[in-house]
Design a protein around this ligand. Structure first.
Ligand code: ASP
Length: 590
């Protein structure tokens, strides 16, 4: 006979008087002699179970006395309302407890290496080694359920808009994202290798040529890059592509599914998202992934400092760089120590120094005051709208470094001053990225996104004469200073693709060798198309309020790329290598 199993975490005061059967894991145990309390947990939550020597069969009491954390038990009992003083507001089941009449062990547990509780002082290494125990912790259960909910909502939102999910191969060849590939040796074709996809980029473009018009996939991607809190070798993208789209169509689809996704955590997402051109983002926020939860914008002081004879400003401007400022309202009270700290930070980020000016008590103070003529000083203060009690931070340098340094200080200061409204969810689009960047050492051009990104029509004429000024039809979606994803409208004309390849130094032969199948496909009527890919791990980490994507991935790797639980990577047998035609020269780590 099937017995109804009660979800532990769902019991409430209205259940008082019910007889229930529970199966789950033992959490904390308190033995008070006459009374033994066990917390019993299942995926729904936890409930307190009481074994009272006066009321409970001796056998059950004896077992309860023996029970240890992580034993799997089955028990029966009655739900009772706790006495007034014993109720706990910090637990959803805190108003009741179960007075047990039976207890059986379904499985015993050895002493776990750490307590399975949200508050843990276990190191992350230990948690990853025993990930199945770590995942039992309520916080991790909640994270993975949130991930499931978000993925489900995204699928639903896209499906309802006519997107179809198509799986693309894992064993493929190098894709154009430009990171290092993971290679898989072929047994049947010794000496040849598959590459794991860095993204489904080429396949999704081919699906557009194939006439599907609206594709998406929650796709696993692989990039052999150095890992950080927000990177893993394998990660999950919400990848999509559309035919005949304008940027607005792509933005609309993405905004729609993000709104659905974040509704899962009660966030109502304001649409449409604000848009900023890349230049504007850099000039105002010092970064292409601006955190718009607070104001505090950079100002260009280049014109105001044009006549300055102060060496750092003069040399920056004569080298074609910029002088930029950041006004910190009420920042004049910043201590010398703080200013030194920020200067150090600025230098670490590549600035030659940080110039500061304070206006307080009707006076202007600055270590650079003696180097600036009164007229230049006044122009700077006026341009930056510096008021009484304000502090102005200035960096002179290349356009990029001055922006990046002040952009980083902007964030650091806002954090320190607690100016970030943590309840805000500030999405935005950054558009009009440069098509290409230039390697300062070799002087060669590289794609800012990938080589299939379309230049803007109105900049096409600059492709050969002034490539650095060509803007791409590329876009990023940003949330609270995190890049959630990027994409572009693609090139679908062979002549433009050839010109871009030429600019990137990809010869016709190399183009054919690497992407021949795509170029061939384009000869048979390729529709205009474009798309985007967003990081699901990041979307979930932000929704969960977590600083690391590892917290929303069931089995992540460490920052050095190790799977501590499965012990991967691992060595393989000689036979396996022989079949693959591989002889190892050196085993890494040995
Ligand atoms: N495949 C690109 C990436 O992974 C995204 C895109 O252009 O759609 O960055």
């Amino acid at each position: 006979m099937k017995r109804n199993r009660q979800a532990a975490g769902e019991l409430r005061r209205s259940d008082a008087g019910r007889k229930v059967l529970l199966q789950g894991w033992v959490g904390r145990r308190r033995d008070l002699g006459e009374l033994i309390f066990l917390n019993v947990r299942d995926r729904s939550g936890e409930v307190q179970v009481l074994f009272d020597k006066g009321r409970c069969p001796a056998e059950a009491v004896a077992r309860a006395a023996e029970a240890r954390g992580e034993d799997v038990v089955e028990l029966e009992g009655e739900v009772v309302l706790r006495a007034e003083g014993q109720r706990r507001a910090d637990s959803p089941t805190g108003e009741i407890e179960i007075v047990a009449t039976r207890l059986d062990f379904l499985a015993r547990s050895e002493t776990p290496p750490f307590l399975v509780e949200d508050r843990t002082n276990a190191t992350e290494e230990l948690r990853l080694e025993y990930r199945y125990l770590d995942l039992r912790r309520p916080a991790m259960q909640k994270n993975l359920r949130l991930r499931d909910e978000i993925a489900f909502r995204i699928r639903k939102a896209l499906h309802e808009r006519g997107f179809i999910e198509v799986e693309t191969p894992m064993l493929t060849r190098s894709t154009p994202e430009g990171a290092r590939d993971f290679l898989v040796p072929s047994r049947q074709h010794n000496g040849l290798f598959y590459a794991l996809p860095q993204s489904p980029q080429i396949f999704k473009q081919l699906l557009m040529v194939a006439g599907f018009e609206k594709y998406f996939q929650i796709a696993r991607c692989f990039r052999d890059e150095d890992l950080r809190a927000d990177r893993q070798f394998e990660f999950t993208q919400i990848d999509l592509e559309m035919s005949f789209p304008s940027e607005d169509d792509v933005f609309d689809a993405v905004e729609a599914f993000l709104a659905e996704a974040y509704a899962a955590v009660g966030v109502s997402v304001a649409r449409p998202f604000p848009r900023l051109a890349y230049r504007e983002a850099l000039d105002r926020y010092g970064t292409d992934r601006p955190d718009l939860r607070f104001g505090l914008t950079l100002v260009d002081l280049s014109a105001a400092s044009a006549e300055s004879e102060f060496a750092p400003m003069e040399s920056a401007l004569s080298a074609g760089g910029a002088v930029r400022g950041l006004r910190v309202p009420s920042g004049a009270s910043s201590s010398r120590k703080k200013l030194d700290e920020w200067s150090e930070e600025a230098k670490k980020l590549g600035a030659s120094g940080l110039i500061w000016i304070k206006r307080a008590g009707g006076e202007v103070t600055s270590p650079a005051k003696k180097n600036l003529s009164p007229a230049v000083l006044e122009r700077i203060l006026q341009t930056a709208l510096v008021e009484e009690n304000d502090l102005l931070l200035i960096v002179a340098g290349s356009a990029e470094v001055s922006a990046a340094v002040l952009g980083a200080l902007r964030l650091a200061i806002a954090r320190e001053m607690k100016w970030i409204d943590e309840s805000r969810w500030a999405f935005c689009w950054v558009t009009e990225f440069p098509l290409v960047g230039r390697d300062t050492e070799t002087g060669t051009w590289y794609p800012m996104n990938h080589p299939f990104t379309s230049p803007k029509d109105e900049d096409l004429h600059l492709l050969e004469s002034d490539p650095g000024r060509v803007r791409a039809r590329a876009y990023d979606v940003v949330l609270n200073g995190w890049e959630l994803g990027s994409g572009s409208i693609r090139i679908h004309r062979a002549d433009i693709q050839e010109r871009v390849f030429r600019l990137l130094g990809i010869s016709p032969e190399e183009g054919r060798h690497r992407f021949g199948f795509l170029l061939d496909a384009f000869r048979f009527g390729a529709p205009p198309h474009g798309g985007i890919a967003l990081g699901l791990d990041r979307i979930c980490a932000l929704a969960a309020g977590s600083a690391s994507i590892r917290d929303v991935i069931a089995f992540p790797k460490t920052t050095s790329g190790l799977d501590l639980m499965m012990k991967a990577p691992s060595d393989v047998g000689e036979n396996q290598l022989k079949e693959l035609g591989i002889r190892t020269v050196k085993t890494s780590g040995s």
